[in-house]
Write a protein that binds this ligand. Structure first.
Ligand code: ARG
Length: 278
């Protein structure tokens, strides 16, 4: 039986993709090492536990069928950006992942969403994170800053460009976690060394009370966390971050995604949020 959603908390709507074809078949980020063996069944078991965790929290999880030959398709966060009921398609930087963009876009179109085909290179929610009324947008490794402008024009929302400088934190969602997207009290956590000095100044100005993650939180990919505004699903190794979110009134929920970390992703990478129209 699933736990009812606590009063005042909105149930979330997520899209996930089972890692049926997961492996490390190429290297496009520093976490990926083709010489290290992967265990697809272990990835599936961990992914199912993550999905079941969301269901127990009262959230809805939709599934997109995995496609053979696309081992990174499990990282659903990269598949699109869904804000205010609008779907902005992903356009991947590396050829190995490029077919994922149209596959995710077709899934949304088949569900009846109006989808917008991106002209600019962007990797979905990997780099485009909604926090309250604004969208924080990463660039430097994957998403082009021109996509930030495209998304701002599409949504009418303010899009804040943040420059990533450490290749291990190549997507914004590996360096910054949205804990609360409530427009009246947005809350984030981030790892300062992942950002350029100018972007750090911008983050400090906008979020003076943000949680600053430690080196060991970042090394466990702990910033790749999923929060429903109350519960924060994160890597078990992110012990400092877990303590810090607890001190702010959130409930940390450690979920082991270590097999999927071999591809450079954690809980958030496996989770695309479907946000309805406001
Ligand atoms: N192997 C994938 C890549 O490098 C991992 C993607 C992780 N996803 C994320 N949202 N950070 O593209």
């Amino acid at each position: 039986m699933s736990t009812p959603v606590a009063p005042g908390k909105t149930a979330r709507h997520y899209l996930m993709c089972e890692p049926t074809f997961f492996t490390v078949a190429y290297e496009i980020n520093p976490w990926m090492d083709q010489r290290r063996p992967t265990d697809t069944q272990r990835a599936i078991d961990q992914w199912r536990h993550l999905r079941d965790t969301y269901l127990e929290l009262g959230h809805t999880v939709e599934l997109i069928p995995p496609l053979e030959g696309l081992p990174d398709m499990v990282y659903a966060a990269n598949g699109a950006t869904v804000v205010d009921g609008l779907v902005y398609s992903a356009r991947f930087r590396y050829p190995q992942r490029q077919p994922e963009g149209p596959a995710y876009q077709k899934w949304f179109a088949d569900q009846g969403f109006v989808t917008h085909t991106a002209a600019e290179v962007n990797e979905g929610e990997g780099d485009l994170l909604v926090v309250g009324d604004v969208i924080l947008a990463g660039t430097g490794f994957r998403t082009d800053a021109s996509a930030h402008h495209e998304l701002a024009a599409l949504t009418g929302r303010e899009v804040v460009t943040l420059e990533l400088v450490n290749p291990s934190y190549y997507h914004l969602d590996t360096a910054l976690a949205v804990l609360s997207s409530d427009p009246s009290s947005p809350q984030i956590a981030y790892y300062p060394p992942a950002f350029s000095p100018a972007s750090l100044t911008e983050l400090e100005r906008r979020f003076p009370h943000a949680i600053l993650a430690s080196d060991r939180d970042a090394a466990a990919l702990g910033l790749n966390a999923v929060s429903d505004g109350e519960n924060v699903v994160l890597a078990p190794g992110a012990v400092d971050l877990a303590e810090a979110v607890r001190a702010r009134g959130f409930t940390p929920i450690p979920v082991d995604t270590s097999e999927l970390l071999k591809g450079g992703g954690g809980a958030k990478c496996c989770t695309l949020e479907i946000r309805a129209a406001r």
